[in-house]
Structures are given as C-alpha cells and as structure tokens.
Design a protein. Sequence first.
Length: 365
Amino acid sequence: MIKINSLIKILKKNDINFFTGVPDSVLKELSIYLEYKNKKQHIIATNEGSAVSIGIGHYLSTKKIPCIYMQNSGLSNAINPLISVAHKKVYSIPLLLLIGWRGSPKFKDEPQHKVKGLITKKILKLLNIKYVILRSDSDLKKINKQIKNSKKNKSILACLIEQGTLEKNNKNKKRNFYKLNKEFFLKSLLETLDKKTKIISSTGYNSRELMYVRKKYQLNKSSDFYMVGGMGHASSVALGYSLSTSKKTICIDGDGSFLMHLGSIKTAGTFANKNFKYILLNNNTHDSVGGQSTYANDINFEKLSKSLGFKKFYSIKNNQNLKKNIKKFLSGNSLNFLEVRVTNSKIKNLPRPKNLIYIKNQFMK
C-alpha cells in the first residue's frame, strides 16, 4: 500500500510540483487528491498525448520535471510525443510517468486489459524508458535515486502502479451536475428503437450500463457493439460501420470520450451519411474512474456540433416529453447530434461485457 501523502512528499522533495494526466481507475486516488488539493498545479488533460505535451511545455518553461499520470491503455496515445519530442535522442526532456498497470500478471482482469498488461513493460523497454514498480511506501525510496538520475541524464522515468496499491481516499464525493437519470434515458431510448437499428457505445459506464438496461428490462430488439477499450474511438467505429449499410447507426458517447479525440467527431460530421446519429451522454465527469470533472459543462454543444458538420442539434435535459424528443431526434432525415445531460451512474456493481467474440458475431448478423 502507498499513501498518497507519502508519494506527494517524495515528488515534492525532488522539486516535482506540476501534475497532468488522464484519470484512470488505478490512479484515481491520486487524481482525486490533486483535483482538490493541488488545483493550481494540476491539469486534467483530454488524452495522454496531450498530457505528455503539457508536461514537455512545463519543463521548457521551468526546467523542472513534470509528473504525468495515465493508465497503461493510454500509453499508446502518449507514444508519439514521448518518442518524437521528449526522447533522449531528440530533445532529451526529463519526465516522470506514473502508469496505472491494468492487466498486471499478478491480477485477474478483463481481456482488453490483460493484452495491454502483458506488453506494458515490453513497450517501455522498446522506447528505452527506464521503469520501476511501486507496490508500497518502502518502494518510494527507489524513485528518489531514479528521479535524480532522470534529472542528470535528462531522460524519462516510468513508475508502474498496480490495482489496489494506492491508499483509498474516503473524502471523494461524486458530484451530480445534472438531473436526468441515465438509466431512465437509456431505457426510454431502447424502447423507441426498431430491430434494425445498431448501437455502438463508448468504453466505460456507457457500454456497461447499456448492456445492464437491455438485460434488466428485456429490451433485446436491436443489437449493440460495446467498446470495451479504445476510449475516444466509438464515433469512428460507428462512422465506419454506417458508411457501408443503410441501417440506422447510433453512436452513444460520453463527454470524456468526446473530448479525447474531438477531431474524430469532425470526421464523422464531414463524411457520415444521414443514417448516422450521434448521442452525447454528458455528465461532466469521468464517471467510471472516480468522478473527476471533464470541464464539459460550459461547452456550447449546439454551436460546436454545427461547426463540426452536424445539420441539426437536439438537447434533452429532463424527462419531460422524453420519448417524443428521442423520436424527433431519430426520425430527422439529416445528420443529427443529441446532447443528453444525465446524472452519474447510480447502479452498483455494473456488469462488464463478456464473451466478446459472441457479441461481435451477434452485432454483425
């Protein structure tokens, strides 16, 4: 077990005071702590490549090493700036990476995490990035010397942290910015759809809750493809699918996922046919990894969606005339964007998609 205060103390001792990253389930205790205790020196980035780039900018301005946190699934997003800008053979910029190690061989995990977990150390070795594994407060002594070497050699240091390593932060309280119950909205949506409609839903609680609602209310008319990974890519999968079929194709996305790869939404807005429908479930939080803010609450999605190429914008903020408004959005003979302002998930112990090959085959029928 590692206490957050012990970790912060070691970092500050090495003059590391600036933090940026993407919230994840393994490191959520750290990002929650930083959001409340270190706001002025903490930036929640939209994706891991952006976080690395923000850290690079911090070093160029201050000559101080930044701390960049992410889950190992996001390491792929970070690779570009890590090797093409920060790498020792390019600009030689020292960075400290804290990586939540999902799929570590020590733990059982979902298939998508096991795949990444088994190759995480290999990726770091391939990138010539030194790494240490942190499992307890005593391990923090390891990084003291390593950080000093990183400063001296102007190199990147990674710390791998497994599930359950960080001490729980009992002070965290998820905030609900909006009132419409997400489960109720999904139920109403599924009750409105016909058999031919296909849904592609983003990773995290959106896919898990959609699957839960289907089973709970026996709403099995249409079929879904659940993105169990690939955060930010649901809209691209939905676009690719919709272009080769006449079936109505709905992308259900979240605000964190929307912001992670905003350029993909522009691609959809430019190339999608009228059978493509985009639903943004906006709760202004990274719901499945601790409830940290996405800062999406002040975005004007009507203006943004139209500038991204969508012809019509719809908004749902409460359950008044809910099904009528859903039907209006779905029946429009144009490229439509719907923002639904929903609560955080209220369902405990949400199930996860299993038998992924079966799910894929059912979807492709």
